[in-house]
Design a protein around this ligand. Structure first.
Ligand code: ZN
Length: 185
């Protein structure tokens, strides 16, 4: 256990009043460091590598909706998890993005220290940037452990955020189509 993050976890364990030398905790600093590195590896990714050329020409201007993309993120205020589902829709304008890439884009931004509002916006902007779509709509539903385990302890509360860009913002019909497909209208 040599790296800085492991050492910090060891200090933290001591600060919490535990004995980092006891059997069950011996390898914990290293494991925790590895886990948190994985949970934040979105910092090492960028849009170009993540989408990796998976933008294809297509003669369609009908709405595409990718629903129920699971995500796990860490709130930047408490560094506790928040998690839920992302729903991403767009209206192509000559170019479509490979379907698995919506999950990759979601993970790239989710695996950083985040607030849900910003995560929603970053996903929407990224999809618009890669596809040059006529419009993009993103809805995120999430539960926040910082609300569930501490503070107000509201276990059942769910937070919904949405960002509408381009035609999703301008046209009520487009927005309604999206929300109807999501079963929200
Ligand atoms: Zn929080």
């Amino acid at each position: 256990m040599t790296d800085t993050l492991s050492k910090l976890y060891q200090t933290m364990i001591t600060e919490l009043g535990e004995d980092p030398a006891r059997d069950g905790l011996l390898d914990t600093p290293g494991r925790a460091a590895k886990a948190v590195r994985f949970l934040t590896d979105g910092y090492k990714q960028d849009l170009e590598t993540v989408t990796n050329g998976a933008v294809f020409s297509a003669d369609t201007d009908e709405m595409v909706l990718v629903q129920d993309i699971e995500f796990y993120s860490l709130c930047e205020h408490h560094m506790l998890p928040f998690f839920g589902k992302a729903h991403i829709a767009y209206i192509p304008r000559g170019k479509v993005l490979g379907l698995s890439k919506f999950a990759r884009i979601t993970d790239m931004f989710a695996r950083r220290l985040q607030i849900q509002e910003q995560l929603t916006k970053q996903i929407a902007n990224a999809v618009l940037e890669v596809t040059d779509a006529a419009g993009v709509g993103v809805v995120l539903e999430a539960q926040h452990l910082c609300m569930m385990m501490r503070g107000v302890e509201k276990q059942q509360s769910k937070t919904t955020t949405s960002v509408m860009l381009g035609s999703f913002r301008k046209s009520q019909n487009t927005r309604n189509e999206f929300l109807t497909l999501l079963g929200r209208r």
